[in-house]
Design a protein. Structure first.
Lengths: 248, 183
Protein backbone atom coordinates (compact mmCIF):
# COMPACT_ATOMS: atom_id res chain seq x y z
CA UNK A 1 0.00 0.00 0.00
CA UNK A 2 1.14 3.53 -0.79
CA UNK A 3 -0.17 6.53 1.12
CA UNK A 4 0.38 10.15 0.11
CA UNK A 5 0.74 12.56 3.02
CA UNK A 6 -0.03 16.16 2.12
CA UNK A 7 -0.32 19.24 4.31
CA UNK A 8 -0.79 23.01 4.33
CA UNK A 9 -2.41 23.40 0.92
CA UNK A 10 -3.45 26.93 1.90
CA UNK A 11 -5.83 27.66 -0.97
CA UNK A 12 -3.18 27.12 -3.64
CA UNK A 13 -5.08 25.12 -6.25
CA UNK A 14 -2.24 25.29 -8.79
CA UNK A 15 0.10 23.59 -6.32
CA UNK A 16 -2.58 21.09 -5.26
CA UNK A 17 -3.31 20.08 -8.85
CA UNK A 18 0.41 19.55 -9.53
CA UNK A 19 0.73 17.41 -6.41
CA UNK A 20 -2.39 15.38 -7.25
CA UNK A 21 -1.02 14.70 -10.74
CA UNK A 22 2.23 13.42 -9.21
CA UNK A 23 0.28 11.35 -6.67
CA UNK A 24 -1.65 9.82 -9.54
CA UNK A 25 1.57 8.90 -11.33
CA UNK A 26 2.96 7.33 -8.17
CA UNK A 27 -0.11 5.07 -7.96
CA UNK A 28 -1.04 6.07 -4.45
CA UNK A 29 -3.92 4.23 -2.77
CA UNK A 30 -4.97 6.77 -0.17
CA UNK A 31 -4.34 10.48 0.51
CA UNK A 32 -4.00 11.78 4.03
CA UNK A 33 -4.33 15.55 4.42
CA UNK A 34 -2.83 17.08 7.57
CA UNK A 35 -4.88 20.26 7.52
CA UNK A 36 -4.84 23.94 6.57
CA UNK A 37 -6.61 23.47 3.26
CA UNK A 38 -7.47 27.18 3.33
CA UNK A 39 -5.81 30.49 4.25
CA UNK A 40 -3.20 32.78 2.65
CA UNK A 41 -3.78 32.10 -1.07
CA UNK A 42 -6.63 32.77 -3.45
CA UNK A 43 -8.47 29.49 -4.18
CA UNK A 44 -10.01 28.30 -0.90
CA UNK A 45 -13.26 26.91 -2.28
CA UNK A 46 -11.57 25.07 -5.16
CA UNK A 47 -9.07 23.43 -2.79
CA UNK A 48 -11.71 22.21 -0.33
CA UNK A 49 -13.80 20.87 -3.22
CA UNK A 50 -10.77 19.04 -4.63
CA UNK A 51 -9.89 17.49 -1.26
CA UNK A 52 -13.48 16.34 -0.82
CA UNK A 53 -13.45 14.91 -4.35
CA UNK A 54 -10.34 12.81 -3.77
CA UNK A 55 -11.77 11.54 -0.46
CA UNK A 56 -8.62 12.33 1.48
CA UNK A 57 -8.53 11.41 5.15
CA UNK A 58 -8.34 14.90 6.62
CA UNK A 59 -7.68 16.63 9.92
CA UNK A 60 -8.28 20.24 10.83
CA UNK A 61 -5.58 22.90 10.66
CA UNK A 62 -5.65 26.18 12.57
CA UNK A 63 -6.68 28.08 9.41
CA UNK A 64 -9.47 25.58 8.75
CA UNK A 65 -10.72 26.15 12.33
CA UNK A 66 -10.43 29.92 11.97
CA UNK A 67 -12.93 29.97 9.10
CA UNK A 68 -15.69 29.49 11.66
CA UNK A 69 -13.92 30.45 14.88
CA UNK A 70 -13.70 34.23 15.28
CA UNK A 71 -11.54 34.04 18.40
CA UNK A 72 -8.93 31.91 16.64
CA UNK A 73 -8.98 34.30 13.70
CA UNK A 74 -8.29 37.32 15.91
CA UNK A 75 -5.08 35.70 17.14
CA UNK A 76 -3.76 35.56 13.56
CA UNK A 77 -1.28 38.16 12.35
CA UNK A 78 -2.47 40.91 9.98
CA UNK A 79 -1.73 38.96 6.78
CA UNK A 80 -3.19 35.64 7.89
CA UNK A 81 -6.16 37.44 9.42
CA UNK A 82 -6.92 39.30 6.21
CA UNK A 83 -6.65 36.15 4.11
CA UNK A 84 -8.90 34.06 6.35
CA UNK A 85 -11.59 36.76 6.48
CA UNK A 86 -11.48 36.83 2.68
CA UNK A 87 -11.65 33.01 2.53
CA UNK A 88 -14.72 33.04 4.76
CA UNK A 89 -16.63 34.94 2.08
CA UNK A 90 -15.33 32.79 -0.77
CA UNK A 91 -16.18 29.38 0.69
CA UNK A 92 -19.49 27.71 -0.10
CA UNK A 93 -21.68 26.66 2.82
CA UNK A 94 -21.01 22.95 2.11
CA UNK A 95 -17.27 23.50 2.13
CA UNK A 96 -17.43 25.55 5.34
CA UNK A 97 -19.45 22.75 6.94
CA UNK A 98 -16.88 20.23 5.75
CA UNK A 99 -14.07 22.24 7.40
CA UNK A 100 -16.07 22.59 10.60
CA UNK A 101 -16.49 18.84 10.94
CA UNK A 102 -12.82 17.95 10.52
CA UNK A 103 -11.26 16.22 13.57
CA UNK A 104 -8.15 17.56 15.29
CA UNK A 105 -6.36 14.28 14.82
CA UNK A 106 -6.94 10.94 13.18
CA UNK A 107 -5.57 7.51 13.97
CA UNK A 108 -5.30 5.82 10.60
CA UNK A 109 -5.78 2.03 10.58
CA UNK A 110 -4.08 1.81 13.98
CA UNK A 111 -0.81 2.34 12.06
CA UNK A 112 -0.08 6.04 12.41
CA UNK A 113 -1.43 9.32 13.73
CA UNK A 114 -2.25 12.30 11.50
CA UNK A 115 -2.42 15.76 13.09
CA UNK A 116 -1.79 19.35 12.04
CA UNK A 117 0.34 21.08 14.69
CA UNK A 118 0.84 18.66 17.55
CA UNK A 119 -1.15 15.89 19.20
CA UNK A 120 -2.71 18.44 21.54
CA UNK A 121 -3.36 21.49 19.38
CA UNK A 122 -3.59 22.45 15.74
CA UNK A 123 -1.87 25.75 16.51
CA UNK A 124 1.36 24.68 18.18
CA UNK A 125 4.59 23.66 16.52
CA UNK A 126 7.19 20.91 16.53
CA UNK A 127 10.44 22.64 15.62
CA UNK A 128 12.59 22.27 18.72
CA UNK A 129 13.95 19.07 20.32
CA UNK A 130 12.00 19.70 23.54
CA UNK A 131 8.78 19.94 21.54
CA UNK A 132 9.52 16.68 19.71
CA UNK A 133 10.46 14.99 22.99
CA UNK A 134 7.17 16.09 24.50
CA UNK A 135 5.22 14.66 21.56
CA UNK A 136 7.04 11.33 21.79
CA UNK A 137 6.17 11.18 25.51
CA UNK A 138 2.49 11.77 24.71
CA UNK A 139 2.60 9.07 22.04
CA UNK A 140 4.16 6.59 24.48
CA UNK A 141 1.56 7.31 27.14
CA UNK A 142 -1.60 7.72 25.07
CA UNK A 143 -1.00 5.86 21.81
CA UNK A 144 1.17 2.94 22.86
CA UNK A 145 0.70 0.81 19.76
CA UNK A 146 1.64 3.57 17.35
CA UNK A 147 5.18 4.67 16.53
CA UNK A 148 4.60 7.15 13.69
CA UNK A 149 2.91 10.54 13.75
CA UNK A 150 2.62 12.74 10.67
CA UNK A 151 2.28 16.46 11.38
CA UNK A 152 2.33 19.73 9.42
CA UNK A 153 1.95 23.41 10.34
CA UNK A 154 5.63 24.42 10.06
CA UNK A 155 5.61 24.19 6.23
CA UNK A 156 9.00 22.46 6.37
CA UNK A 157 9.89 18.86 5.71
CA UNK A 158 11.22 17.18 8.85
CA UNK A 159 11.79 13.79 10.41
CA UNK A 160 12.30 13.45 14.15
CA UNK A 161 13.21 10.08 15.64
CA UNK A 162 13.30 8.62 19.13
CA UNK A 163 15.44 5.53 19.52
CA UNK A 164 14.96 2.72 22.05
CA UNK A 165 17.23 4.50 24.54
CA UNK A 166 14.99 7.58 24.37
CA UNK A 167 17.40 9.74 22.38
CA UNK A 168 15.53 12.26 20.24
CA UNK A 169 17.09 13.72 17.11
CA UNK A 170 16.11 15.46 13.90
CA UNK A 171 17.31 13.48 10.90
CA UNK A 172 19.22 15.18 8.11
CA UNK A 173 17.20 14.72 4.95
CA UNK A 174 20.17 13.81 2.75
CA UNK A 175 18.76 10.47 1.75
CA UNK A 176 15.52 9.98 -0.09
CA UNK A 177 13.71 7.62 0.41
CA UNK A 178 14.18 7.14 4.14
CA UNK A 179 13.80 3.67 5.63
CA UNK A 180 12.22 3.79 9.08
CA UNK A 181 13.38 1.52 11.88
CA UNK A 182 10.29 -0.31 13.26
CA UNK A 183 11.80 -0.17 16.76
CA UNK A 184 12.04 3.61 16.74
CA UNK A 185 9.36 6.29 16.96
CA UNK A 186 8.94 9.02 14.35
CA UNK A 187 7.40 12.47 13.91
CA UNK A 188 7.31 13.25 10.21
CA UNK A 189 6.40 16.46 8.40
CA UNK A 190 5.79 16.32 4.62
CA UNK A 191 6.28 20.10 4.15
CA UNK A 192 3.67 22.31 2.56
CA UNK A 193 1.80 21.91 -0.72
CA UNK A 194 0.69 25.52 -1.09
CA UNK A 195 3.17 27.66 0.83
CA UNK A 196 6.51 25.90 1.37
CA UNK A 197 8.88 27.70 3.74
CA UNK A 198 12.18 25.94 3.13
CA UNK A 199 13.61 28.30 0.54
CA UNK A 200 12.25 26.14 -2.28
CA UNK A 201 9.07 27.29 -3.98
CA UNK A 202 8.03 23.84 -5.18
CA UNK A 203 5.06 22.04 -3.61
CA UNK A 204 6.11 19.43 -1.04
CA UNK A 205 4.53 16.16 0.01
CA UNK A 206 5.61 12.61 0.82
CA UNK A 207 4.55 9.04 0.26
CA UNK A 208 4.52 6.40 3.00
CA UNK A 209 4.71 2.69 2.30
CA UNK A 210 3.92 0.99 5.63
CA UNK A 211 4.88 -2.57 4.57
CA UNK A 212 8.37 -1.42 3.64
CA UNK A 213 8.50 1.21 6.41
CA UNK A 214 9.60 3.71 3.77
CA UNK A 215 8.92 7.41 3.25
CA UNK A 216 9.79 9.36 0.10
CA UNK A 217 9.76 13.15 -0.11
CA UNK A 218 8.71 14.94 -3.29
CA UNK A 219 9.04 18.55 -4.45
CA UNK A 220 6.82 19.34 -7.40
CA UNK A 221 6.92 22.44 -9.66
CA UNK A 222 3.60 24.15 -10.32
CA UNK A 223 2.22 27.24 -12.09
CA UNK A 224 3.58 29.74 -9.58
CA UNK A 225 2.86 32.79 -11.74
CA UNK A 226 -0.83 31.91 -12.01
CA UNK A 227 -1.11 31.40 -8.24
CA UNK A 228 0.57 34.77 -7.63
CA UNK A 229 -1.63 36.60 -10.13
CA UNK A 230 -4.74 35.22 -8.44
CA UNK A 231 -3.56 36.58 -5.08
CA UNK A 232 -2.96 40.03 -6.54
CA UNK A 233 -6.26 40.01 -8.43
CA UNK A 234 -8.07 39.10 -5.22
CA UNK A 235 -6.37 42.11 -3.57
CA UNK A 236 -4.92 39.91 -0.89
CA UNK A 237 -1.62 41.26 0.55
CA UNK A 238 1.04 41.26 -2.19
CA UNK A 239 3.51 39.86 0.34
CA UNK A 240 1.58 36.57 0.11
CA UNK A 241 2.32 36.40 -3.62
CA UNK A 242 5.99 37.36 -3.23
CA UNK A 243 6.67 34.80 -0.54
CA UNK A 244 5.51 31.93 -2.77
CA UNK A 245 8.38 32.58 -5.17
CA UNK A 246 10.90 32.75 -2.36
CA UNK A 247 9.65 29.68 -0.53
CA UNK A 248 9.34 31.51 2.79
CA UNK B 1 -9.11 45.15 0.43
CA UNK B 2 -6.18 47.48 -0.14
CA UNK B 3 -4.89 48.05 3.37
CA UNK B 4 -4.16 45.03 5.52
CA UNK B 5 -5.35 45.67 9.07
CA UNK B 6 -6.70 44.10 12.21
CA UNK B 7 -8.08 45.41 15.47
CA UNK B 8 -6.89 45.02 19.03
CA UNK B 9 -8.27 46.09 22.40
CA UNK B 10 -6.28 47.88 25.09
CA UNK B 11 -6.67 47.47 28.86
CA UNK B 12 -8.92 50.56 29.05
CA UNK B 13 -11.17 49.25 26.28
CA UNK B 14 -9.76 51.46 23.51
CA UNK B 15 -9.86 49.77 20.12
CA UNK B 16 -6.67 50.17 18.09
CA UNK B 17 -6.13 49.36 14.45
CA UNK B 18 -2.87 47.57 13.75
CA UNK B 19 -1.51 47.57 10.25
CA UNK B 20 1.69 47.83 8.23
CA UNK B 21 2.76 51.35 7.30
CA UNK B 22 1.85 52.46 3.78
CA UNK B 23 3.01 55.43 1.68
CA UNK B 24 0.01 57.53 2.69
CA UNK B 25 1.03 57.43 6.36
CA UNK B 26 3.83 60.00 5.99
CA UNK B 27 1.86 62.99 7.38
CA UNK B 28 0.45 61.04 10.32
CA UNK B 29 3.87 59.63 11.14
CA UNK B 30 5.47 63.08 11.04
CA UNK B 31 2.80 64.26 13.50
CA UNK B 32 3.37 61.21 15.71
CA UNK B 33 7.10 61.77 16.01
CA UNK B 34 6.67 65.52 16.56
CA UNK B 35 4.32 64.78 19.46
CA UNK B 36 6.84 62.60 21.30
CA UNK B 37 9.00 63.90 24.16
CA UNK B 38 12.76 64.19 23.66
CA UNK B 39 13.63 61.31 25.99
CA UNK B 40 11.57 58.86 23.90
CA UNK B 41 13.21 59.94 20.68
CA UNK B 42 16.61 59.24 22.17
CA UNK B 43 16.12 55.57 21.28
CA UNK B 44 15.38 56.30 17.63
CA UNK B 45 18.39 56.15 15.35
CA UNK B 46 17.32 58.94 12.99
CA UNK B 47 16.30 62.54 13.41
CA UNK B 48 12.58 61.88 13.01
CA UNK B 49 11.69 65.48 13.76
CA UNK B 50 13.11 66.18 10.30
CA UNK B 51 10.06 65.67 8.07
CA UNK B 52 12.18 64.74 5.07
CA UNK B 53 13.53 61.70 6.96
CA UNK B 54 10.05 60.35 7.68
CA UNK B 55 8.76 61.15 4.19
CA UNK B 56 11.71 59.34 2.66
CA UNK B 57 10.83 56.24 4.75
CA UNK B 58 7.27 56.36 3.44
CA UNK B 59 8.44 56.83 -0.14
CA UNK B 60 10.96 54.00 -0.02
CA UNK B 61 9.06 51.36 1.90
CA UNK B 62 10.66 47.95 1.52
CA UNK B 63 9.02 45.41 3.83
CA UNK B 64 11.81 42.92 3.18
CA UNK B 65 14.34 45.30 4.72
CA UNK B 66 12.29 47.12 7.37
CA UNK B 67 8.76 46.11 8.23
CA UNK B 68 6.97 49.00 10.03
CA UNK B 69 3.77 48.24 11.91
CA UNK B 70 1.57 51.07 13.17
CA UNK B 71 -1.09 51.31 15.88
CA UNK B 72 -3.81 53.80 15.04
CA UNK B 73 -6.57 55.28 17.19
CA UNK B 74 -9.06 57.61 15.53
CA UNK B 75 -6.77 58.25 12.55
CA UNK B 76 -3.87 59.11 14.83
CA UNK B 77 -0.71 57.00 15.02
CA UNK B 78 -0.07 56.06 18.65
CA UNK B 79 2.72 53.50 18.29
CA UNK B 80 5.28 52.38 15.76
CA UNK B 81 7.17 49.10 15.87
CA UNK B 82 9.74 48.18 13.24
CA UNK B 83 11.27 44.85 12.33
CA UNK B 84 14.69 45.25 10.72
CA UNK B 85 16.03 42.41 8.64
CA UNK B 86 19.39 41.48 7.17
CA UNK B 87 18.95 39.85 3.74
CA UNK B 88 22.23 37.91 3.59
CA UNK B 89 24.94 36.43 5.77
CA UNK B 90 25.09 34.94 9.22
CA UNK B 91 22.32 37.15 10.59
CA UNK B 92 19.80 36.45 7.84
CA UNK B 93 17.58 34.50 10.26
CA UNK B 94 17.54 37.36 12.79
CA UNK B 95 15.32 40.41 13.10
CA UNK B 96 15.94 43.51 15.17
CA UNK B 97 12.90 45.06 16.82
CA UNK B 98 12.41 48.71 17.80
CA UNK B 99 9.27 50.18 19.31
CA UNK B 100 8.01 53.66 20.17
CA UNK B 101 4.70 54.14 21.98
CA UNK B 102 3.07 57.50 22.58
CA UNK B 103 3.23 58.33 26.35
CA UNK B 104 -0.56 58.61 26.65
CA UNK B 105 -0.89 55.00 25.40
CA UNK B 106 1.78 53.49 27.61
CA UNK B 107 0.86 51.03 30.39
CA UNK B 108 -2.27 49.98 28.47
CA UNK B 109 -0.83 46.80 26.96
CA UNK B 110 -0.26 48.42 23.56
CA UNK B 111 3.46 47.64 23.42
CA UNK B 112 2.78 43.99 24.26
CA UNK B 113 0.03 43.84 21.64
CA UNK B 114 2.32 45.28 18.97
CA UNK B 115 5.27 43.10 19.95
CA UNK B 116 3.13 39.95 19.91
CA UNK B 117 2.06 40.88 16.40
CA UNK B 118 5.63 41.47 15.26
CA UNK B 119 6.76 38.11 16.72
CA UNK B 120 3.95 36.40 14.81
CA UNK B 121 4.95 38.22 11.64
CA UNK B 122 8.60 37.30 12.20
CA UNK B 123 7.52 33.65 12.14
CA UNK B 124 5.69 34.35 8.86
CA UNK B 125 8.84 35.88 7.41
CA UNK B 126 10.84 32.79 8.37
CA UNK B 127 12.90 34.55 11.04
CA UNK B 128 14.14 32.41 13.91
CA UNK B 129 15.21 34.91 16.53
CA UNK B 130 14.47 38.51 17.35
CA UNK B 131 16.87 40.91 18.98
CA UNK B 132 15.99 44.03 20.97
CA UNK B 133 18.09 46.57 22.83
CA UNK B 134 16.39 48.23 25.78
CA UNK B 135 17.82 50.75 28.27
CA UNK B 136 18.18 48.88 31.55
CA UNK B 137 16.10 51.42 33.47
CA UNK B 138 13.10 51.20 31.07
CA UNK B 139 11.09 48.86 33.22
CA UNK B 140 7.92 49.25 31.20
CA UNK B 141 9.64 48.40 27.94
CA UNK B 142 11.40 45.40 29.48
CA UNK B 143 8.07 44.12 30.82
CA UNK B 144 6.43 44.51 27.40
CA UNK B 145 9.23 42.63 25.64
CA UNK B 146 9.10 39.88 28.27
CA UNK B 147 5.33 39.58 27.86
CA UNK B 148 5.89 39.09 24.13
CA UNK B 149 8.32 36.21 24.69
CA UNK B 150 11.66 38.01 24.83
CA UNK B 151 14.14 37.07 27.54
CA UNK B 152 17.04 39.01 29.01
CA UNK B 153 20.38 37.80 27.64
CA UNK B 154 23.04 40.37 28.47
CA UNK B 155 23.65 43.74 30.02
CA UNK B 156 26.31 45.94 28.51
CA UNK B 157 27.34 48.56 31.01
CA UNK B 158 27.78 52.21 30.09
CA UNK B 159 27.18 51.55 26.41
CA UNK B 160 24.67 54.26 25.58
CA UNK B 161 24.37 57.93 26.44
CA UNK B 162 21.28 59.66 27.79
CA UNK B 163 20.31 63.15 26.68
CA UNK B 164 22.50 64.72 29.35
CA UNK B 165 25.49 62.79 28.00
CA UNK B 166 25.67 60.35 30.89
CA UNK B 167 26.52 56.76 30.10
CA UNK B 168 23.81 54.18 30.72
CA UNK B 169 23.45 50.40 30.60
CA UNK B 170 21.70 48.55 27.83
CA UNK B 171 19.89 45.23 28.04
CA UNK B 172 19.98 42.79 25.13
CA UNK B 173 16.75 40.80 24.85
CA UNK B 174 16.16 37.84 22.52
CA UNK B 175 12.99 36.10 21.42
CA UNK B 176 13.23 32.55 20.12
CA UNK B 177 10.40 32.78 17.61
CA UNK B 178 9.78 29.05 17.26
CA UNK B 179 9.81 28.39 20.99
CA UNK B 180 7.48 31.34 21.52
CA UNK B 181 4.71 29.37 19.87
CA UNK B 182 5.13 26.43 22.17
CA UNK B 183 1.91 25.65 24.00
Amino acid sequence: MKIAIISDIHSNIEALHAVLRKIDKEKVDVIVNLGDIVGYNASPDECVTEIRKCEAISVSGNHDSAVHDLTARESFNVFANQAIRWSHFKLSKENKDFLKKLPLLSIVWDRFIACHGTLKSNDSYIVKPFQARRMFNIMRKEYQRINICFFGHTHRQAVWSRDVRGKVKQLKLNENPIHLNPEEMYLINPGSVGQPRQNDWRASFLTFEPEEAKITFYSVPYDLYKAQQKILKAELPSFLAERLAEGV
Amino acid sequence: MEIVAKEGKLKNGTIVTIRPMVKGDADALVKFFKSLPDDLLLFVRHNVRDESVVRSWAENLDYKRVFPLLAIVENKIVADVTLHRVPFGWKRHLGKVRIVVSPEYQKLGLATLMLNEIVDLAAEFGLEKLWAEVPLDSRGAIAAFRNAGFSCKAVIEDLIKDKEGRNADILIMICDVAAHYDQ
